[in-house]
Write a protein that binds this ligand. Structure first.
Ligand SMILES: Cc1cc2nc3c(=O)[nH]c(=O)nc-3n(C[C@H](O)[C@H](O)[C@H](O)COP(=O)(O)OP(=O)(O)OC[C@H]3O[C@@H](n4cnc5c(N)ncnc54)[C@H](O)[C@@H]3O)c2cc1C
Length: 409
């Protein structure tokens, strides 16, 4: 009997591996459109966050704007610590990064990771067919028939769709041909754009402790804000963008963004501090020294935006100007008028609704023998390793379920 997994991302790979490990007699193959699977990981500047260091289902669910209840249970089927162990057994060593994300061990580049995982799959007898785009699929009387874009059709007893959430959504169309109705694909912008002069920078200005707020959504996130030449980014923006992707898209990414550059300080505290600085630095110009450990470039931008006369000295500021400067520190307001057109969005929501699948096996409720996993499902999380864990886990669940089904035949 044969299982065909369509898509060789983390979900497809783990689906195939779990099926082949549990049912070694099952003939498992992966059909992958690209010539080099897992290629997106190969960005040396951004090592992939493979999973999380924390096994808590509550913490995991809290990171998922969509599919939280499902992931609360699913993460117990393959907790991050077990995944790390499994990756280690396959030859992928990991380490824990600063924010709890699990990263590849030092010196292990993404290209090696994909090669190692593919080698492991092949040693289990899994056939990986690259350069094979599945264009169509239907169910005959006793098996699925799969048509690649070119070449002969092939038959399969089970199919796992793991085509991810982007790239033309060809996998979603395959799901549609069995009556599934994927919800709209909504990307989480990595960067928000503003024409505000304070946001116009020629090199990045990261502020690690900063928090960001979208007042009209009563939404707030911490973790840092970074002014970049092509938009406002940073962990806080990524989180807001992932949690409120639909709301932001509905507003066409037009909103007010409020940044507290000195998180932990309320408005009163900087005012008091600025008064003290005024007394001790009376003869210095306001521009001269940044306050509260702010990057100097940011301080200059904030002061410039106050339109004080050039070379204003601290002693020349009146109470209202001090108050306004404190306001800049704790709630700089930016008019956002779009999202940066990044080629690859890291997180996107939308996909096949979970109600259309059996929650234990991820088998389609529309077509027996058809399973789904990964980003093609309507589950997503904020950036930082949760999304890949969703892919590994749902792949693992679908692959194990196929093996169990095969065992019952
Ligand atoms: C630049 C970037 C960086 C990211 N970094 C991180 C990170 O560090 N940590 C994290 O948790 N998440 C990260 N993500 C998100 C993460 O990549 C996804 O959550 C994850 O890859 C989803 O896995 P998947 O297997 O479901 O889909 P994918 O990884 O998208 O794999 C799907 C595969 O299916 C193939 N395919 C599609 N259609 C067909 C077809 N018709 N026939 C045959 N093959 C097909 C595709 O070529 C692809 O290889 C990142 C995303 C991007 C874009």
């Amino acid at each position: 009997m044969k299982l065909s997994v369509i898509g060789c991302g983390p979900a497809g790979l783990f689906a195939a591996i779990s099926a082949a490990k549990t049912a070694p007699e099952l003939n498992v193959c992966i059909l992958e459109r690209e010539s080099q699977p897992l290629r997106w990981m190969n960005d040396a500047r951004n090592p992939p966050a493979l999973t999380r260091s924390d096994d808590s289902p509550d913490a995991f669910a809290a990171a998922c704007p969509h599919g939280a209840d499902f992931m609360h249970g699913a993460v117990q089927a393959l907790p991050p610590s077990i995944l790390r162990e499994s990756l280690g057994e396959m030859g992928v060593r990991t380490r824990v990064g600063e924010n709890g994300a699990v990263l590849p061990a030092e010196g292990l580049d993404a290209q090696r990771i994909s090669a190692t995982l593919l080698d492991y799959a092949k040693r289990l007898g899994i056939e990986v067919v690259t350069g094979c785009t599945v264009a169509e699929m239907n169910r005959g009387t006793d098996c699925f028939r799969i048509w690649p874009k070119s070449g002969p059709s092939l038959d399969s007893d089970f199919v796992i769709l793991a085509t991810g959430g982007r790239a033309g959504h060809s996998g979603w169309n395959l799901a549609r041909s069995f009556g599934h109705e994927p919800s709209a694909w909504v990307p989480s912008p990595v960067l928000l754009q503003s024409k505000d002069a304070r946001a116009r920078v020629s090199s990045p200005i990261p502020v690690d402790g900063a928090t960001a707020r979208i007042p009209e959504l009563s939404a707030e996130a911490g973790g840092g804000v970074c002014l970049l030449p092509n938009g406002i980014g940073g962990a806080a923006i990524l989180e807001l963008a992932a949690r409120y992707s639909h709301e932001l898209a509905a507003r066409q990414y037009r909103m007010t963004l409020e940044v507290n550059w000195v998180a932990g300080h309320t408005r009163g505290q900087p005012t008091k501090l600025l008064r003290q600085i005024q007394q001790s630095h009376a003869r210095k110009t306001v521009m001269e020294d940044a306050v509260l450990d702010l990057p100097r470039k940011l301080w200059e931008k904030l002061v410039e935006s106050m339109k004080l006369p050039a070379q204003s000295r601290w002693s020349a500021l009146d109470a209202a100007q001090l108050q306004a400067l404190a306001g800049q520190l704790v709630s700089s307001r930016f008019k956002i008028d779009g999202r940066a057109m990044n080629k690859a969005e890291w997180v996107a929501s939308g996909g096949v609704p979970l109600v259309e699948l059996d929650p234990v096996s991820l088998q389609s409720l529309r077509q027996k023998g058809l399973f789904m996993a990964g980003e093609m499902l309507d589950i997503d999380a904020i950036a930082g390793g949760w999304n890949m864990h969703i892919a590994w886990t749902t792949g693992w669940i679908a692959g194990s379920a196929v093996a169990a089904e095969y065992g019952r035949m």
